[in-house]
Ligand binder design. Structure first.
Ligand code: ACO
Length: 401
């Protein structure tokens, strides 16, 4: 009897959930999103409180270890992260293989994956000490690599990390310092960047985190898994959205062109980038914090009348009152304002998603570690509904029509 193989996967208990709209892939104790209320918690702490009172490295500690550190634990953590900021000298030559005009995210994927070739002494995923060292290495070295991507694309010499600076200040120093100047980053801008890092640090099972988990579930090494996460983040529906928002604001040009642009959105010619979210069906809490940060930064720089900020605010106002957006519960997400802040910090658009990857590395590695530490971990293996040809017999090439 010939069985129609297409019916095979439809037997037994089987769920079909394209895009995983309603399927949990794991248990996790790291981050909770209440999408209906527009709330986000890291290890139980509301994001608003962390953005206001904590800093990025303390948040990293919280995400990895589950508790806020004591003063002593925090000092130790910062010291260890700081100690690992250098990358192997041979990595500088690795960069020279890339074209200067390569997208920085392309370099990030390659260089981060290559870390597993440079740091082979921490690749035993079953050894908790190796896992911890790898986590430190990633959090410490990703800003160095990110800044190297930028400097390489500009044809500038790499800047060494400066370990007396904070995490965010050091990143700005590695990006922008020139050899003949005593670079002193503006504290308001440093705080804004640190906040961007905190807001992007984790977001439970989004596409890139799920990618890291899936890659890690086969036992692949953590540097390779993070490279997979970076690759996934690159897309415009995910981490590439902040870059897409800036391009969109440039295309719209001025507030006068907003109505015509909105007509195109409703006719589905294009999307309003920086709007909408799979989980938030209310305001993304990070967007409100980012808007305030944007305001602070523009004031500090005397750019209160920045036309892009004005245009973004006009778009937000119109969208929040428009039935198309109200019916579909489309609200601004974190990336709607982050691009304006990053531009004010002099960070080029091509580096926006890199900054996101830098900040999200701690979330990815925390999830990877949570998964690997689980004795019941299984390789991730989604099923499918087969829609191809039924069974048929091979036809030799001379008999094919
Ligand atoms: N602009 C206009 N319409 C939109 C938008 C948008 N940004 N987002 C969703 N819609 C519409 C869809 O066309 C659809 O309309 P329909 O019901 O008439 O078909 C409806 O809203 C539901 O949208 P889905 O695409 O089904 O929602 P989904 O949960 O799959 O997508 C996503 C979420 C990918 C974030 C989407 O809203 C989007 O593409 N937004 C723009 C890109 C963006 O800002 N991404 C950043 C996400 S946050 C982050 O990664 C940090």
């Amino acid at each position: 009897d010939v069985v129609d193989i297409r019916t095979f996967s439809k037997t037994g208990m089987f769920t079909y959930d394209p895009g995983f709209l309603a399927t949990a892939s794991c248990e996790s104790a790291i981050t909770f999103i209440d999408g209906d209320q527009g709330q986000l918690y890291y290890r139980g702490y509301p994001i608003e409180q962390l953005a206001e009172h904590s800093d990025y490295l303390e948040t990293c500690y919280l995400l990895i270890f589950g508790e806020l550190p004591t003063a002593e634990q925090k000092a130790d953590f910062v010291k260890t992260v700081t100690r690992h900021t250098m990358v192997h000298d041979q990595m500088t030559r690795f960069f020279q293989g890339f074209r200067r005009d390569a997208h920085p995210m392309a370099m990030m994927v390659g260089v981060t994956g290559a870390l597993s070739a440079f740091y082979q002494d921490s690749l035993d995923i079953n050894n908790p000490r190796h896992r911890e060292v790898t986590m430190y290495r990633l959090i410490s070295k990703i800003p160095t690599i990110a800044a190297m991507c930028y400097r390489y694309s500009k044809g500038l010499p790499f800047n060494y990390p400066k370990n007396d600076l904070s995490y965010a200040a050091n990143f700005l120093q590695m990006m922008f310092a020139t050899p003949c100047e005593d670079y002193k980053p503006n504290p308001v801008l440093v705080r804004a960047l640190d906040r961007i890092f905190t807001l992007h640090a984790d977001h439970e099972q989004n596409a890139s985190t799920s990618t890291v988990r899936l890659a890690g579930s086969s036992g692949a090494n953590p540097f390779a898994c993070i490279a997979a996460g970076i690759a996934c983040l690159w897309g415009p529906s995910h981490g590439g959205a902040n870059e897409a928002v800036l391009k969109m604001l440039d295309e719209i040009g001025s507030v006068d062109n907003v109505p015509a642009f909105m007509e195109g959105v409703k006719n589905k010619t294009h999307k309003l980038m920086g709007f909408g979210h799979r989980v938030y069906k209310n305001m993304d809490p990070r967007a409100a914090i980012m808007k305030k940060t944007c305001d602070d930064v523009l004031k500090e720089l005397g750019l209160e009348n920045d036309p892009k900020f004005k245009l973004a605010m006009a778009l937000e106002k119109i969208a929040l009152e428009d039935p198309y957006f109200i019916e579909r519960k489309l609200y601004p997400n974190v990336d709607f304002y982050s691009g304006i802040v990053l531009t004010a910090l002099n960070i080029p658009v091509s580096m926006f998603t890199v900054i996101f990857a830098l900040a999200r590395t701690v979330g990815w590695i925390s999830h990877w570690n949570e998964m690997i530490s689980d004795p019941g971990m299984k390789i991730g293996r989604p099923r499918q509904l087969y829609t191809g040809s039924p069974r048929r017999d091979y036809v030799p090439v001379e008999k094919r029509k």
